[in-house]
Design a protein around this ligand. Structure first.
Ligand SMILES: Cc1cc2nc3c(=O)[nH]c(=O)nc-3n(C[C@H](O)[C@H](O)[C@H](O)COP(=O)(O)O)c2cc1C
Length: 128
């Protein structure tokens, strides 16, 4: 069975250049299934312990964690907002970090970034 590559741009922009880059990179691989997702689907209310205590883990976070577990590798291209990744991506991480297991399940990851801005997507992301 072909490996499945979870692929997304860490951005909520319509026509995100990072989503395009992530998809392009994944499409260079041969004999894989590219599971390209739109982060807008996983747009959730900002994480807070009160929300978690009141309503539990957001169902989209549970769904996203399942996608991580089912993937063989992950390709992310990050939009850079004020020298960091986007608030949407941080929020997604906060939610999925509340689910048991390592955040990214130690899956092999290809991390990219593209930006027309002054910092040029120069920041790094390093979390297992
Ligand atoms: C709130 C905000 C902050 C930004 N901060 C940066 C930045 O720190 N460095 C940078 O290179 N570009 C920055 N940009 C420009 C983005 O790189 C540009 O909007 C890019 O298209 C974002 O990628 P996306 O199309 O995948 O969302 C910023 C844009 C916004 C809207």
């Amino acid at each position: 069975m072909n490996d499945s590559i979870l692929t997304f741009g860490a951005s909520l922009s319509r026509n995100s250049i990072n989503a395009q880059l992530a998809r392009y990179a994944a499409n260079q691989l041969v004999d894989v299934n590219v599971n390209f997702i739109d982060l807008n689907y996983f747009d959730m209310s900002i994480y807070s312990i009160y929300r978690e205590n009141d309503s539990g883990i957001h169902p989209h976070a549970v769904e996203f964690k399942k996608l991580i577990r089912e993937s063989n590798a992950i390709i992310i291209s990050f939009a850079e907002h004020n020298g960091s990744y986007t608030a949407a991506f941080k929020n997604l991480m906060d939610w999925i970090s509340r689910i048991e297991g390592k955040l990214w399940e130690s899956k092999p990851m290809l991390l990219l970034s593209t930006s027309p801005g002054g910092r040029g997507g120069a920041t790094h992301y390093n979390q297992r």
